[in-house]
Unconditional design. Structure first.
Length: 342
């Protein structure tokens, strides 16, 4: 009995075992499978990011812009700063006229053999002798224009019966110098009336008068003219003597007239170019840089600037040289003008 029971239990276990095996077999045949690849076969792939490409309808086309010309640079004309103004020559002229000298007594000649008449050559001789003895001054050269000047003065005093440096009609030494064609820096005049006995006598009388002495010894004089003559004056026959001293304009350094004319011509051209530049610059300033004509106007302006600058620099050099010569000339005039009769 117990044996039968054990046999039944054993049979039940056998059936259960057989069913379990059958289920496993069926699951392996028909159930889902998971296949694991070997470790060495695993490949790490970089993830791919999809980029969206815009459709043709989404493409933005840049707008076309109008080409704007680059504005031209405008040149700057050279400034003159007043350097193109030529200096002016000093036109001041000096006239030295000590008071006329009248003889009060006859000055006897140094020797009894000396002539009693006055002569042009004798007056010049004693004049230069006095200059040599008083400071070693150079001798004065006789000048034919000054001789004519003195002769005109002598004749006019006898004719109009006056004894002054300026005639009753207002004619003075400067006028006479101009009349005879003697351009001068300085002129002087000594007058003597009366009987002085000799050439030496009249020179002695002049040398005893401070003003006449200063005229005779003036270091700036280089030339002399003399006139002497005897005639009726104030109802009696008497002598008149005239010394005309001079320093000609040619004694001072010459100022070139040709250079001055060139400077004036250049300044006229500079003024013309300046006006053209101003007009063209106004046109440039009034034109927008975006205007197609702007560069045309600017280039026309720039083409004038080099011409303008070149003539300015050329004239600046001419003016500087000219002004230097004028300064030297004026210094010469001013030095001569320091001579003053006492």
């Amino acid at each position: 009995m117990i044996g039968q029971l054990l046999g039944i239990i054993a049979g039940i276990f056998a059936l259960v075992a057989a069913g379990a095996l059958s289920y496993v077999s069926l699951e392996q045949s028909f159930g889902p499978r998971t296949v694991m690849p070997p470790t060495s076969a695993i490949v790490q792939k970089t993830p791919v990011v999809a980029v969206a490409t815009p459709s043709s309808s989404a493409v933005i086309t840049p707008k076309k812009t109008t080409s704007v010309p680059v504005p031209a640079k405008v040149s700057v004309p050279t400034k003159t700063n007043g350097s193109l103004t030529p200096a002016k020559a000093n036109v001041g002229k000096t006239i030295v006229t000590p008071g006329p000298l009248r003889a009060t007594t006859i000055t006897l000649p140094s020797s009894s053999s000396a002539p009693s008449d006055l002569t042009v050559s004798g007056v010049i001789l004693y004049t230069n002798s006095e200059r040599a003895q008083n400071g070693g001054l150079p001798a004065l050269t006789e000048n034919s224009f000054l001789d004519r000047d003195a002769q005109m003065k002598l004749a006019d005093m006898f004719a109009k019966q006056y004894f002054e440096h300026v005639s009753p009609t207002g004619v003075g030494p400067g006028d006479l110098a101009k009349a005879v064609g003697y351009p001068y820096v300085i002129v002087g005049e000594n007058l003597a009336l009366g009987d002085f006995g000799s050439n030496q006598g009249v020179l002695t009388a002049w040398m005893n008068s401070p003003g006449h002495r200063a005229n005779i010894l003036n270091p700036h004089y280089t030339e002399i003219g003399v006139a002497v003559g005897k005639g009726m004056y104030e109802g009696r026959m008497t002598w008149l003597a005239v010394q005309s001293f001079g320093m000609p304009l040619s004694a001072c350094p010459e100022i070139s007239v040709a250079v001055k004319n060139q400077i004036d011509a250049n300044n006229t051209e500079i003024a013309r170019l300046r006006a053209a530049l101003d007009a063209k610059k106004a046109q440039v300033d009034a034109t927008p840089t975006s205007d197609p004509n702007y560069n045309t106007y600017a280039n026309e302006f720039n083409a004038l600037v080099p011409q303008y600058n070149m003539i300015i620099e050329m004239n600046r050099t001419l003016v500087a040289n000219y002004n230097t010569s004028v300064q030297v000339f004026n210094d010469c005039i001013n030095v001569a003008g320091t001579a003053v009769a006492h």
